[in-house]
Design a protein around this ligand. Structure first.
Ligand code: GAL
Length: 420
């Protein structure tokens, strides 16, 4: 009896030793694979997507997903608002830094949406819907019916309206996908139609105020060539307006490391849409030549930001829509940013006609970011590729109407590289 018990026990010990040994071998394999990051051949990478519980929002569990391209770049994305929480990329010496502004936990994002702060709602990293940027006076007319929306930015509707209507406050259904050479996270959300047109002063409307129930899908893909690709599709059951984007703030030297004034920016645009005091386009499409808005040749973001130009005074910096030079209807180069200190380069392509370059003007140092540093004015910049602001009210801007039977499509690429 005693001998056979010992035998069983030693068998168990032996089994445990074997398990530990094989785990160590796997770990060693993984370590040697990651040690091979300098080796950029596709065949040697081990792309992966993992998830961890990240709390609950409105009683619904939320996850944080880590997409790893196995070649030194990782991106974390939460299905709360489809927020890109961090983008970790090497500099020219291989030093990795998180180049996306954000918060270290879910509470930070929820508080950003629902708590009034001097910085206002930042929308760090989020999917913006149903209409990115501003709609003047919170209303528009479609097929002869006037719709009234939530006014959450003075009299404007900004980034979808009241927080409860914004797509960045929703818990999206998430499906991780492992491809042969890439990893993806698919997010879906169905946005209910708001109430039918109502005449002020009965506003605010119930729900978001927009007509049509919209079914949206956003697929984030991290590629082998260090690109974060976002593919948006949407359909509607009634005619509506739609304008979607991603609201990541970048600091190519690393979030929380200070200002981006010394980082170079090129915007592939010959013209932009000047705004009024409510930051609503005045309707004109104006050449950038001879203005601080001329980023056709790369220049430091801070070079002209204090120039006293009326448009820069109105917006407290850059917060404008550039009309992109496009070739055809597919993906087209929108912008390129470069940090001379770290060598990090961000190149953005889009299928959309415009880009909102925003220099973080409203950040006033009352928000503590991911690494424990406060964010102040010009500590990050966004490149929100999208349709022009207030398009539903501006007949000379490209149409943002989506009808039943049509599929809205929008692709954004944020590709990282280094310049020696
Ligand atoms: C930007 C917008 C800014 C500001 C910011 C959020 O997209 O252009 O005016 O509202 O979002 O703070």
């Amino acid at each position: 009896m005693h001998a056979s018990f010992l035998n069983r026990k030693s068998r168990r010990v032996l089994a445990l030793v074997l398990v530990l040994a094989s785990t160590a071998i796997l770990a060693a394999g993984a370590a040697s694979a990651s040690a091979g990051h300098g080796h950029r051949g596709f065949g040697h990478s081990r792309a992966s997507i993992t998830s961890q519980p990240w709390g609950t929002a409105d009683g619904t569990p939320v996850n944080l997903y880590t997409l790893d391209n196995g070649r030194g770049m990782t991106v974390t994305i939460t299905n709360f608002g489809g927020i890109v929480q961090s983008i970790n990329v090497p500099d020219r010496h291989g030093q990795v830094a998180n180049v996306a502004l954000g918060f270290s936990n879910l509470a930070g994002y929820v508080s950003d949406d629902y708590t009034t702060t001097a910085s206002g709602e930042t929308y760090f990293g989020a999917i913006i819907g149903r209409y990115a940027n501003r709609i003047a006076n919170g209303s528009f007319t479609l097929n002869g019916v006037t719709y009234y929306l939530n006014q959450n930015n003075g009299t404007n509707t900004l980034h979808g309206g009241a927080p409860v209507s914004q797509w960045n406050t929703k818990v999206w259904a998430a499906t991780p996908i492992s491809g042969r050479h890439s990893v993806s996270l698919e997010l879906t959300y169905t946005d209910p139609a708001g109430t039918a047109a109502r005449v002020p002063p009965m506003a605010p409307p119930a729900g978001n105020g927009f007509p049509g129930t919209v079914t949206a899908k956003v697929v984030y893909t991290l590629t082998q060539d260090d690109a974060l690709r976002m593919d948006y599709t949407a359909t509607t059951d009634a005619p509506t307006v739609i304008n979607l984007t991603n609201h990541t703030y970048f600091n190519l030297a690393g979030e929380g490391s200070g200002g981006v004034q010394g980082q170079d920016l090129m915007i592939n645009a010959d013209s932009y849409t000047p705004v009024n005091a409510n930051l609503i386009p005045e309707g004109g499409i104006v050449p950038v030549a001879g203005t601080p808005f001329d980023f056709r040749t790369a220049k430091p973001i801070g070079q002209d930001i204090n120039s006293g130009d009326t448009q820069l005074v109105l917006a407290h910096g850059f917060d404008h829509n550039w009309v992109l030079n496009r070739s055809g209807s597919g993906l087209s180069l929108a912008a390129r940013a470069y940090d001379p200190a770290s060598g990090r380069v961000l190149t953005t392509w889009t299928t959309e006609p415009g880009v909102q370059f925003y220099s973080g003007n409203f950040l006033v140092g009352d928000l503590v970011g991911t690494s424990g540093h406060t964010y102040r004015q010009t500590d990050g910049f966004t490149l929100e590729t999208q349709h022009y602001p207030d398009s539903p009210n501006q007949p000379n801007f490209p149409s943002v109407v989506l009808k039943p039977g049509q599929v809205y499509k929008n692709t954004i690429i944020f590709k990282f590289s280094v310049q020696k």
